[in-house]
Design a protein around this ligand. Structure first.
Ligand SMILES: [Fe+2]
Length: 315
């Protein structure tokens, strides 16, 4: 590598802009590009390095992960606890408009674990059991959010452990009509339950057409949104399953578009296929990984020690 690319973020940035076509071609072929050893040392460098790409105009509005801005368009990757295994997903696939690309930057690798595994989504749909494929194609995916009612006394869901917010807190109003108008404008279905709690949902296709290649790809979060022992561990899932015998009552959930839950068998079928496709590597400080969000899913392994991974979304 030319020494300037290792020493000067300006030169490295120029290299990306000059080789933009090659980078885009590599993304279409491989679904991911990793830069290692380039002069990227901190969030400002990360933002500059990829400044030839257009930031995702919607930002992370409507996202479900806990994260905050680091600088400019750079966000921390996630605040999910270090022991949690974030399973494979395509970013924001539960929303109608999604980022085309996303980039990760390793500002500080964890002592142990903390990899960002990736998986090729080409052919994944076709590899699933026929019955599951048929249901996904026929019904799409229903994305559900549940909010409790602040006025319900002794509501166990108010325990912060469950992250089950009240609609009054979330929408900053006590006016049901105001919530309804805002949600219907966004294309959501709105249902007020007998105890004054709120359920909203949208239905999206389970597949999406790639903007450059025209391929029809698995693109949804029916699998990723299912909390499971393989993601949050036996202890946590036991506690949550006891609280929510029907998992569609959890704060966030996904089902087939007709409201039918994803069975354990179907979950494991997707899981096996994701695991089979998983590729991961140890992060090094300064690494930048750019992903095509439709061709390549990503996750996060549990980790020990401090970990600082940052993310940017692009159109
Ligand atoms: Fe993600």
């Amino acid at each position: 590598m030319a020494p300037a690319l290792e020493q000067d973020v300006g030169a490295a940035t120029e290299w990306v802009a000059k080789n933009r076509n090659a980078v885009e071609a590599a993304l279409v072929t491989f679904g991911a590009v990793l830069w290692r050893g380039f002069a990227v040392h901190g969030p400002e460098d990360f933002e500059r390095f990829l400044s030839d790409f257009t930031p995702f105009s919607q930002g992370y509005v409507g996202g479900t992960s806990h994260r905050k801005a680091v600088t400019g368009k750079v966000m921390e990757a996630t605040r999910a606890d270090d022991h949690i295994n974030i399973i494979m997903h395509q970013e924001m696939a539960y929303l109608p408009t999604t980022p085309r690309l996303l980039a990760f930057y390793c500002n500080k690798p964890a002592e142990r674990g903390g990899e960002t595994p990736i998986a090729d989504m080409r052919g994944l749909m076709e590899a699933l059991p026929q019955g599951l494929q048929d249901k996904l194609k026929a019904h799409g995916v229903r994305y559900i959010r549940n909010f409790r009612n602040d006025e319900t006394l002794n509501d166990w869901r108010a325990d912060p452990y469950f992250n089950h917010y009240s609609w009054q807190y979330w929408f900053e109003t006590t006016d049901r009509a105001e919530v309804e108008v805002a949600m219907i404008e966004r294309g959501s279905n709105v249902q007020w339950n007998d105890d004054g709690s709120l359920t909203i949902w949208t239905v999206l296709p389970a597949t999406s057409v790639h903007p450059k290649t025209g391929e029809k790809l698995f693109f949804n979060q029916i699998y990723a949104m299912r909390q499971h022992r393989v993601t949050i561990g036996e202890h946590n899932i036991t506690r949550i399953d006891a609280a929510y015998p029907n998992y569609l009552d959890k704060p966030n959930a996904a089902a087939f578009g007709n409201g039918e839950p994803l069975s354990e068998e179907d979950f494991m079928a997707v899981h096996a296929e994701m695991e089979r496709r998983e590729v991961s590597f140890r992060w090094e400080q300064g690494d930048v990984m750019l992903l095509d969000n439709k061709l390549t899913a990503h996750g996060r392994h549990p980790y020990k020690g401090e970990r600082d991974t940052q993310v940017m979304l692009f159109e």
